[in-house]
Design a protein around this ligand. Structure first.
Ligand code: IMP
Length: 420
């Protein structure tokens, strides 16, 4: 038997190449499906401690997009989609915007902060001294910093409403139809191992009934991509990575895995063979700890990354806030953990548990504050990484180069030899 080799994020580094522009001019816009483009290439995972309406609204306002989880009844999920579609796409609830030419003393008596713009770009803010908590002032500062880059704008549909995705099972046509009717922009299949004869024939039937974009996943091999696209030609995106998630125990309990970086490389190879690379976006899902992993996935061929771990600790995530000693945490759990599976069955008695096996764990992650904090870190970090990769936009980063480092090298990359 031949043993093949799989590469993970820590095995490689981005080879620095001549940067065509300064990092602040790097544009991070990218496609997440054949028909939808977002401003910052990040999706939040459909998980019941991560993406419900609050997070989906805020992440789309900040240029990413959320995928609402399916661990609830069809009507609850459809209502959440409708809430996102009817939410204001800007930050009007936080502050008003006023052009510098219109600035008048009477406005400064308002209790609401004012963002001052010149030629529609934010140039400063007026924050009234009274009645704002320090946390809100910090949030406003962070939002402003992002908006001031000029690159971060909300991810919108053609009617100017926030973009949103929804998770489905390929076996649940009723749910898929209800979500399409509720206004979801795209659907994401939420299956640990989509490359399965029954799941594929169910997906084929579902795709015939649905006209919005469908992202298929999770898959990890070249064969899976070729097989899926030969059966369901209309697939509009690929969600790749098996068992790299921070709450995932599949690799241990089932012994199976395709690490996210390898899954991206495999999907790219298949799409290149079909002449579809760059037309069907690859979404790298699982194991993204920060902009470094996201950038490596993009250089390998991904159009965007998906993460649960990055967002579970934020204010907008529907997880519980827990205090231990003087530290704050939020709960985070895999969708195949015991607790999540119990909720799914309670919420939807038609859900089809295909295995009697827990493939996920439950735990705590540090509390992070508002989502904009995490999105800022990702945005500025990705701009810098793409600069190193020699790219001024995502599609150019695909020409970047990754180099394998030894395990000693991987150790050296981390801060070291400090006393504290
Ligand atoms: P993370 O951001 O590294 O925590 O990975 C999140 C990803 O893990 C999700 O987008 C799913 O693809 C995957 N995932 C979610 N729940 C489970 C689970 O219970 N077992 C295995 N993988 C999971």
């Amino acid at each position: 038997m031949r043993i093949i080799e799989y590469i993970t994020f820590d095995d490689v580094v981005i080879v620095p190449r001549k940067a065509p522009v300064d990092p602040q001019y790097v544009v991070l816009e990218s496609n997440i499906t054949r028909n939808h483009r977002i401003r910052v290439p990040i999706l939040s995972s459909p998980m019941d401690t991560v993406t419900e309406q609050d997070l989906a609204i805020e992440i789309a306002r900040l240029g990413g997009v959320g995928v609402i989880h399916r661990n609830m009844s069809i009507s609850e999920q459809a209502n959440m989609i409708q809430s996102v579609k009817s939410a204001s796409p800007d930050f009007k609830h936080l502050f008003d915007t006023i052009s510098i030419n219109e600035l008048d003393k009477s406005y400064l008596q308002s209790d609401k902060p004012l963002i001052i713009t010149s030629n529609s770009s934010p140039i400063g803010a007026y924050i009234p001294a009274k009645s704002l908590s320090p946390a809100l002032v910090e949030k406003i500062d962070l939002v402003l910093r992002l908006l001031r880059t000029g690159h971060v704008k909300p991810s919108l549909d053609n009617n100017g409403r926030l973009l949103v995705g929804a998770a489905i099972s390929p076996f649940d046509i009723r749910r898929a139809e209800a979500l399409e009717k509720a206004g979801a922009d795209f659907l994401v299949t939420d299956v640990a191992h989509l490359h399965n004869v029954e799941a594929l024939s169910a997906l084929k039937k579902l795709a015939e009934k649905i006209s919005i974009d469908i992202v298929a996943g999770n898959i990890g091999t070249k064969e899976a991509v070729l097989d899926i696209l030969s059966k369901v030609e209309s697939i509009s995106g690929l969600r790749v990575g098996i068992s790299s998630g921070s709450i995932c125990s599949t690799g241990v309990v089932a012994g199976a895995s395709v690490p996210t970086l390898t899954a991206v490389m495999n999907a790219r190879e298949a799409l290149e063979e079909l002449g579809l690379f760059g037309r069907i976006p690859i979404i790298a899902d699982g194991g993204i700890r920060g902009p470094g992993e996201a950038a490596k996935a993009i250089v390998a061929g991904a159009s965007a990354v998906m993460s649960g771990r990055l967002f579970a600790g934020t204010d907008e995530a529907p997880s519980l806030l827990v205090r231990i000693g003087d530290k704050l945490y939020k709960t985070y759990r895999g969708m195949a953990s015991a607790g999540a599976m119990k909720r799914r069955h309670a919420a939807d008695r038609y859900s089809r548990p295909s295995k009697q096996l827990e493939e996920g764990v439950e735990g705590l992650v540090p509390y992070e504050g508002p989502l904009v904090k995490v999105m800022s870190r990702m945005f500025f970090g990705l701009q810098a990484s793409l600069g190193y990769a020699g790219a001024s936009r995502i599609e150019e980063a695909w020409n970047g180069v990754l180099a394998r480092v030894s395990s000693l090298g991987a150790k050296e990359i981390n801060p070291h030899d400090l006393v504290k």
